[in-house]
Every structure is written in structure tokens, then in C-alpha cells.
Design a protein around this ligand. Structure first.
Ligand code: NAD
Length: 487
């Protein structure tokens, strides 16, 4: 089903247990960012396709919710086994369409599998509360019931993992699900849903459609869609949240980021440098958890930047599928140009480039930009304020931890942050006063873990229940209180 570079195939929809090749639809090319080669064509679902998928999902839901939860998780156990068996294949597809390195792709697939593992525990996770004799002879309990058809709309940067933040939990809770992944990277989710099909899920419980705004709008306005999970950029997250909420739907919309890494003078500099490299330049900076602003406190700047610049210059940039490559290309040529535009803006606004990624050797027809570090950035500069989503790190120097906290808290985003220090007191103060959803202490990427909830604050998240962990169970179920007395 997955196209090779020599044979370009149309990607299929998966509706009601059937793989469909839509005809006469608008399509968009899926490219290999390392070479520019076209891998496949992604069809754009129209309103009628979405209506068909939602109706099929609703019919499936009416039966699926009657299946005991211990039986509902059995296909997920089989899915986990299939994902393990095909992990290398999935990672290779991921690298081919997204560009991240082979190691990064394998790590993403591992985290995706962990989501399925946690969802397999749904019989325990869905337990309610009970209290006997709330009044004489009256007992009370809560139960959790599925809500219906749920939709998931996902971004290009984690095509294996982010869909798994959603559908394994939704399905295990007894819902039916429609996934609309990013049109830039439809091949990884397609292969993953093929495996879920093989795991023996009843037709209609999981459905896969591709496309853009028309498909998303049809989901947001469809009366049978009860809940919408979104991960992507802030403007779209806000749009999804306001539109779906106005339709009376439950929404969780995870948005963009501008993450600060704070380094205290007492930090372990060599280890901190490795963590910063991974955070700022891992996945070419195309992570919502990527460190984008490096805040040096007091005397930290000189020893840190000396090591950091040397290590950044030594980073191996190239085709993510090649051995030894540490940073791959950006996802599309448009995105690469956009990130290059930020580098130009940094120079124009007076920041000092310590490493200029535009000088990196361009290979083949790929969308490459080397890692870039700007020093003497001010909080007012565009590169300090806007999400770049590329390998560009801006250094802002401050004198005290207090100043660092104020600077970070002024950001309209609040997705992730980290502090590097040997002081428990500084770490504790930072973690407690910072207005950010995910905090790393000597950890550059406070990564999503299946058994914990995950989301940012402020403009990085619209909603209340976060992704995966126990929050996913609450999001994908409705609570009911049953009070009983027997005469
Ligand atoms: P995007 O917002 O462009 O697209 C995300 C999804 O929304 C895609 O499926 C796309 O088809 C759809 N979409 C795009 N424009 C739309 C519109 N106008 N109306 C309706 N739907 C629309 O995001 P992206 O470029 O794919 O991903 C990168 C962004 O995602 C970054 O901002 C990054 O920070 C964010 N992200 C956030 C998290 C998180 O956990 N907070 C995780 C991963 C990525």
C-alpha cells in the first residue's frame, strides 16, 4: 500500500473497515525531505467523505460500546505485538516522509507503542468510585461511559506518536474514532492503521481520512462527532477549539510553542550542552518541545557558548536514513524557506550569528538548513518571540534567576521549558514559579510519557483535559453517578 519512490501511489482512506482509493479528489504530493522525491499523493477528503466516515463510525460505536472493556482491549494487545514486529519498518517510513533521523524515528515509534500499552490497562483505568451508605441504605457509585464518535487531527512532526495519544485511549474507552493526520505525512499513520486493521478491530471503530481544512471543518460541524482532539499550530488550535466548542463538542487542542532553556552558572556544562543540542536541533527543531531560546544566567554564557558552538559546528547534517547523521532536513521546501527567513530576520534585527545554518552544505534536492545560533538576542526581536519550528537557537543573557523567570513568564506560549543547575533550590523555585505545562530539570526535552498527562499552558493549549495518561480516560468518557436504594 505504501508507495516507493519509483512508483507514486494515491494514499487510501480507511472507512468502515474498507481501504478506498478516492477518485476525482484534489491531491497533494508527499515528498521525501532528504531528496525532494515525490513518494505518494495524498487525497483531500470532501464533506461527503467525512459524512460517510462519521456515519460508519457512529453505527460501529453503537455496537462497540456494548463490548466489555476486557474484550475491547484484546485487539489493542494484538496491535501492540504487530507494532513491535513492524517497528523498524514504521520508523523507516517515518524518516522517509518526515526527514527525522532513523534513531529519532525509532524512539518515536517506541513512545507510540507505549501509548497502546497504557490504553490496554483500560479495565483498571476506567474504574469508578463507590461509597456505601451515603444515607441509610443508599449506595452511590460513579461509572464512566464512552461518548460516541471522536475525531483526531494531527500535525506533521510526530506522525507515529501523536495519533496514538488519541485513538488507542478513545477506542479502549468504547468510542469510535476518525483520524485525520497531516497531509504532509500520511504514510506512517496509514501503515499504523493497516496494522490496527490486522489486529482485528471491528469495521468502523477506527477510520482514517486525509485532507486539509475542508475535511477538518466537516468534522468540527458534524453533529455526530462528540469530541475533537487536535495537535498542531496555535492559530489552528484556537480555531479548532472555538469552532468545535461552539458546536457543543468536547475539545482538547494542543498548540505551538516557544520554549526556553535556562542555564545557571553552576550547571554541568558538558552535559548541559549535549541536552541543549538534543533539544534545539533534534528533529531539526521541528518539535513542540524544542528549546528555542537559551537563557544564560550570570556567568553561564562564556563557558556554555564556547562548548555549545564547537559541538554545533560538529553536528552531522544529512539524510536521516544514513548512519551517523544527527540532524535531518526540514519537512518541506516551503517550511525550509520560512525558517531561513527567520535566520535572515535575526541578522537584520541585529542579533549576532555564532553559527549560521545557511552556510551548511546543501545535499541533493533536499530541504536542508544547518543548525543556527544567535547571541545577544533581545526579548523584542522576532526570533525571540515567534515559533520558528526549525534548528535556530536564540541566546538571551540575563543576570539572575528572577530575571529568567520573568522573561519566560512573559511569553504568550507555555508548552515546555528546562532549567540546568546543580542547585536543588534554584530548580525547585523555577519549577514552581514558571507558567509552563512541561518542565525539565537538567532534562532538555520533558517528553510525553503515556502514563502521565501532556499539554502546555497559555497559547500552547486550549481546553482543560490534557493528552494521554488519566486525562485521556476522562476526556473520552462521560461520568455518571448512580445512587441506589433497594426496598
Ligand atoms: P498545522 O497547525 O499546520 O496542522 C495541524 C493539522 O491541522 C493538520 O492535520 C492540518 O491538516 C490541519 N490544518 C492546518 N490548517 C488548518 C486550517 N486552517 N483549518 C483546519 N485544519 C487545519 O501544524 P503542523 O505544521 O502540521 O505542525 C507543527 C505545529 O504543531 C507546531 O506549531 C508545533 O508546535 C505544533 N505541535 C504541538 C504539539 C503539542 O503537543 N503542543 C505537538 C506537536 C506539534
Amino acid at each position: 500500500m505504501i508507495a516507493t519512490e519509483s512508483k507514486v501511489e494515491l494514499v487510501s482512506f480507511y472507512i468502515n473497515g474498507v481501504w478506498e482509493k478516492p477518485s476525482g479528489h484534489t491531491t497533494q504530493s508527499v515528498t521525501n525531505p532528504a531528496t525532494g522525491a515525490v513518494l505518494a499523493e495524498a487525497p483531500f477528503a470532501e464533506k461527503a467523505d467525512i459524512d460517510r466516515a462519521v456515519r460508519a463510525a457512529h453505527e460501529a460505536f453503537l455496537k462497540w460500546r456494548e463490548v466489555p472493556v476486557v474484550d475491547r482491549v484484546q485487539p489493542l494487545y494484538r496491535y501492540k505485538t504487530l507494532l513491535e514486529r513492524h517497528a523498524t519498518e514504521l520508523a523507516a517510513i517515518l524518516t522517509r516522509e518526515n526527514g527525522k533521523t532513523a534513531d529519532d524515528s525509532k524512539a518515536e515509534v517506541r513512545r507510540a507503542i507505549q501509548m497502546v500499552e497504557v490504553a490496554c490497562g483500560m479495565p483498571s483505568l476506567m474504574l469508578g468510585d463507590s461509597l456505601n451508605d451515603v444515607a441509610q441504605g443508599i449506595d452511590c457509585k460513579t461509572i464512566r461511559q464512552p461518548i460516541g464518535v471522536c475525531a483526531g487531527i494531527t500535525p506533521f512532526n510526530f506522525p507515529a506518536m501523536v495519533p496514538m495519544w488519541m485513538h488507542p485511549f478513545a477506542i479502549a474507552c468504547g468510542n469510535a474514532f476518525i483520524l485525520k493526520p497531516s497531509e504532509k505525512v500520511p504514510l506512517t499513520p496509514t501503515r499504523a492503521i493497516e496494522l490496527l486493521h490486522d489486529a482485528g478491530l471491528p469495521p468502523g471503530v477506527i477510520n482514517l481520512v486525509h485532507g486539509g481544512k475542508e475535511a477538518v471543518d466537516a468534522l468540527l460541524h458534524h453533529p455526530l462527532v462528540k469530541a475533537v482532539s487536535f495537535v498542531g499550530s496555535t492559530p489552528v488550535a484556537k480555531y479548532i477549539y472555538t469552532t468545535a466548542a461552539a458546536e457543543g463538542k468536547r475539545v482538547q487542542a494542543l498548540g505551538g510553542a516557544k520554549n526556553h532553556l535556562v542555564v545557571m552558572p553552576d550547571a554541568d556544562m558538558p552535559k548541559t550542552v549535549e541536552a541543549i543540542i538534543g533539544s534545539a536541533f533534534g528533529a531539526a527543531g521541528e518539535r513542540c518541545l524544542a528549546g528555542s531560546v537559551l537563557v544564560t544566567v550570570g556567568d553561564a554564557a562564556a563557558p556554555l557558548l564556547d562548548l555549545l558552538v564547537k559541538r554545533t559546528r560538529s553536528l552531522a547534517v544529512g539524510d536521516g536514513s544514513a548512519a551517523g547523521v544527527e540532524m535531518g532536513p526540514l519537512v518541506t521546501s516551503d517550511h525550509c524557506r520560512r525558517v531561513e527567513g527567520y535566520v535572515e530576520k535575526g541578522v537584520a534585527e541585529g542579533a549576532t550569528p555564532l553559527v549560521d545554518g545557511r552556510q551548511a552544505k546543501k545535499t541533493g534536492g533536499g530541504f536542508f538548513l544547518g543548525p543556527t545560533i544567535f547571541d545577544h538576542v533581545t526579548p523584542q526581536m522576532t526570533i525571540a518571540r515567534e515559533e520558528i519550528f526549525g534548528p535556530v537557537l536564540s541566546v538571551i543573557r540575563v543576570n539572575t534567576l528572577d530575571e529568567a523567570i520573568q522573561l519566560v513568564n512573559q511569553s504568550p506560549y507555555g508548552n515546555a521549558t528546562a532549567i540546568f543547575t546543580a542547585s536543588g533550590k534554584a530548580a525547585r523555585e523555577y519549577s514552581s514559579r514558571i507558567e509552563v505545562g512541561m518542565v525539565g530539570v537538567n532534562v532538555g526535552v520533558a517528553a510525553p510519557l503515556a502514563f502521565f498527562p501532556f499539554a502546555g499552558w497559555k497559547n500552547s493549549f486550549f481546553g482543560d483535559l490534557h493528552a494521554h495518561g488519566k486525562d485521556a480516560v476522562a476526556f473520552y468518557t462521560e461520568q455518571k453517578v448512580i445512587m441506589s436504594r433497594w426496598f
